[in-house]
Design a protein around this ligand. Structure first.
Ligand SMILES: Nc1nc2c(ncn2[C@@H]2O[C@H](COP(=O)(O)OP(=O)(O)OP(=O)(O)O)[C@@H](O)[C@H]2O)c(=O)[nH]1
Length: 427
């Protein structure tokens, strides 16, 4: 049965680096298909992985978590039937919600014989706190749903940053295995062993799928999206119209739940859940604890220490007592409400010094907006030389690389100043 591994992580966390290590050192003999979902417009990662003989599917036109769920499912099914690979590695976009990607896989698993083998999240040890504070809605979800968390940059991060990151991870997900040893010091095989350890989240979901499949086989045969589940039954099927009885948890990722006796009254897209009930459904909703009412009619609540950067409606609510937000904004934004990307092809040559000056501003200044990730390959001044770069906040590198067919740049962030980017790169 094909194994599916999801390797998630925020923008620039180190997903590709980690996948390359697995491919080279742990699963070299297997037939692997990699499905990459880049948020940026231009697929820049693809090139070097192809050299490893891996079949790559790029999905660059949106986010698996949002509108592409259906397309993603189709793409995954196609890959499975066409290649019958031993393993499919999914690299969701850095701003994808892991729970959504897991649900999309589970959806496919109810139709095709595959198993969700692992859900891994790579977390940048140096920037964990900052990302939780500013982009908690996306960042926390990736941590909360992971079976294994791999801390990246523990080779360069100060010890106190690593401790801080660990503390945050433990708050959000007490159960995941956490790799704190720098990946360079571990072999790919060791890493694979850790991620293949029984992953309760993935296992629980798979159990639900099997039960669901069984239920199907038994004879609904409708092929459609309407199932009734009895008390205490869990479906996890990711479809949209289910009736669940009182107190039942569904985890289905759909949009219509009927639960009695609770009303938030906020006018947002949400589900009603009983006291202390958790839905985890990935729908548009707010979490209100016990008898809390917001009644604001708007869609965003600000919680202390959190900024979403989405430019939307913000209200200040302080949800005390057993508050569950943790980030917060337990409200669903689509990634493209918060983040945008800017890309350019046919970038003209520039000197290393010129590029360094631009990258310095991208990484440390605010002249281009809140830049979270930039990468590219640009012809250097001397004929035949190429400058490759990788950037995350407060960190970048420029390295020499092989000629590409054209110069490309991709920048991802919040509130990007596109005019300024254009002035710098499109000269
Ligand atoms: N020092 C150090 N650098 C790292 C580590 N992991 C990743 N990097 C660097 O961080 C940059 C981004 O790494 P990628 O592996 O491309 O990150 P990603 O998560 O795939 O990025 P996107 O898919 O573009 O969001 C690269 O320059 C890597 O060399 C690490 O553990 N230590």
């Amino acid at each position: 049965m094909t194994k599916i591994d999801i390797i998630s992580g925020f923008l620039g966390a180190g997903k590709t680096t980690f996948i390359k290590k697995l491919l080279q050192e742990a699963i070299a003999g297997e037939q692997v298909v990699l499905i990459e979902n880049e948020f940026g417009e231009i697929g820049i990662d693809g090139g070097f992985l192809k050299d490893a003989g891996v079949e790559i599917r790029e999905m660059n036109s949106g986010c698996i978590c949002c509108s592409l769920v259906g397309d993603f499912g189709k793409s995954l099914e196609e890959v499975l039937t066409k290649y019958h690979p031993d393993r499919v590695i999914i690299e969701p976009s850095g701003v994808g919600k892991l729970s959504d990607v897991m649900k999309a896989v589970i959806d496919v698993a109810s139709e095709v014989e595959v198993t969700l083998n692992s859900a891994v999240t790579i977390v940048d040890a140096q920037k964990c706190r900052m990302y939780r504070k500013n982009f908690g809605e996306f960042f926390n979800n990736q941590i909360e749903n992971a079976g294994t968390i791999v801390l990246s940059r523990t080779d360069i991060a100060p010890a106190d940053k690593v401790d801080q990151a660990l503390q945050i991870i433990r708050e959000l997900n007490p159960n995941a295995s956490v790799v704190t040893t720098p990946c360079d010091e571990l072999s790919g095989k060791q890493l694979l062993e850790i991620i293949e350890k029984p992953d309760t989240m993935a296992e629980d979901l798979m159990k639900e799928v099997k039960e669901h499949r069984h239920h199907h086989e038994e004879g609904c045969g409708c092929g459609g999206h309407h199932h009734d589940h009895e008390h205490g039954e869990e479906c996890g099927c990711g479809s949209h119209d289910h009736d669940h009885e009182h107190g039942e948890g569904c985890g289905c990722g759909g949009h219509h739940h009927d639960h009695e006796e609770s009303e938030c009254g906020c006018g947002g897209h949400h589900h009603d859940h009983e006291h202390g009930e958790e839905c985890g459904c990935g729908g548009h909703h707010h979490d209100h604890e016990h008898g809390e009412e917001c009644g604001c009619g708007g869609h965003h609540h600000d919680h202390e220490e959190s900024e979403c950067g989405c430019g939307g409606h913000h209200h200040d609510h302080h949800h005390d007592h057993g508050e569950e937000c943790g980030c917060g904004h337990d409200h669903d934004h689509h990634a493209d409400e918060v983040f945008s990307s800017w890309g350019l092809e046919n970038v003209a040559s520039m000197s290393k010094e010129e590029l360094d000056k631009i990258l310095d501003e991208l990484a440390y200044g605010d002249g281009y907006g809140d830049v979270l990730r930039a990468k590219g390959m640009i012809p250097g001044e001397e004929k035949g030389t190429w400058l490759y770069f990788d950037l995350v906040p407060e960190q970048y590198e420029i390295r020499d690389g092989a000629p590409e067919y054209t110069g490309k740049v991709c920048v991802i962030g919040a509130n990007l100043k596109e005019e300024e980017l254009k002035k710098s790169f499109d000269r």
